[in-house]
Design a protein around this ligand. Sequence first.
Ligand code: CP3
Length: 346
Amino acid sequence: MSATARAPQGKPLLRALRGETLDRVPWWLMRQAGRYLPEYRAVRAKVGDFVTLCLTPDLAAEVTLQPVRRFCMDAAILFSDILLVPRALGQRLSFEDNGPSLEPLSDVALIKNNDVAMLSPVAEAARRVSAGLSDETALIGFAGAPWTVATYMVEGGTSRDFQRVKAFAYRDPVGFDALIDRIAEATIEFLALQIEGGVEAVQLFDSWAGALSPDGFERWVIAPTKRLVADLKARFPHIPIIGFPRGAGLFYQYYATETGVAAVSIDTAMPPAFARDRLQSRVAVQGNLDPVLLLVGGEEMQRAVRQMCSVLRDGPYIFNLGHGVLPETPPEHVAELARLLTEQTR
Ligand code: CP3
């Protein structure tokens, strides 16, 4: 076969999501746009309000592109937030110094709104980003998975122990199912809008999947994710979905087989060899450098990256962190990581 006939088709990230094993490992980082970048802090300081930043297409497009310009990741991730869905459902949302703040919700009957159209500036941002990307760089959209979004809606912010939301769910499972369904419907519309704006893959962040009991995990992580994935695939069969059930531990394998996702993002605690042996035959694997190793940089980071790639690169693999970039991370360490990953060909 001639070299031309074997020339690879498509963007590296999308090829890995389709199950291909690549010579060079494609990469991006969760929370790759954000406070560790001085150029992000400058835009943020100018706008003041975080929600306004998410809903102003020019600015959202600009901060989406910032990390890609510096580090040439294989994907940009559209700048927005998982908490825009509660906002569209009518919940007040603000971001204080100690994280997001919402008016805690105690009853699904109190959700009166369903105004996902208010999030259409995000689609416009996607259009502008698409126009600014190279042919090799993919655009990823995202949303929170219903359970994780529900935790913020019921707790009113980030929680330590999830007492309120779990008490709601365990005490009134039928009422909680109704809340999960409302979130799932809005989430599908939010993702549809991003896809129509040009995102080429989507990630579902289930950041608090690890907080539930096994029965709760089945009912509020697996079941709604499976429905959401099926609905999205029916509408957009060509869009691969990455699931990130952070903290799911032993349930990662069940999640990978049951939900229909094309890829799973593994958290920091998952042994790469487990992901290779139990997940990679069914789905592409993404992950899972400890974000603190990126913050530390140097030899420690390099060793971990080489080790991880050597375990996972013989199957469909996308390099990423086990969770988001920490705001204290020196940008030079990301540059160092980019060099290391670009040099890593077979
Ligand atoms: O990856 C990217 O570059 C896209 C950006 C992105 C943001 N939020 C922007 C953001 C992504 C992928 C998210 C997802 C998100 N948001 C998650 C899932 C991922 C995870 O970390 O588990 C969650 C749980 C949220 C909710 C949220 N938004 C919290 C808890 C906070 C406060 C904590 C923090 O990091 O500040 C936010 C605010 C937020 N979302 C910021 C950014 C850049 C910081 C806001 C600021 O500029 O002050």
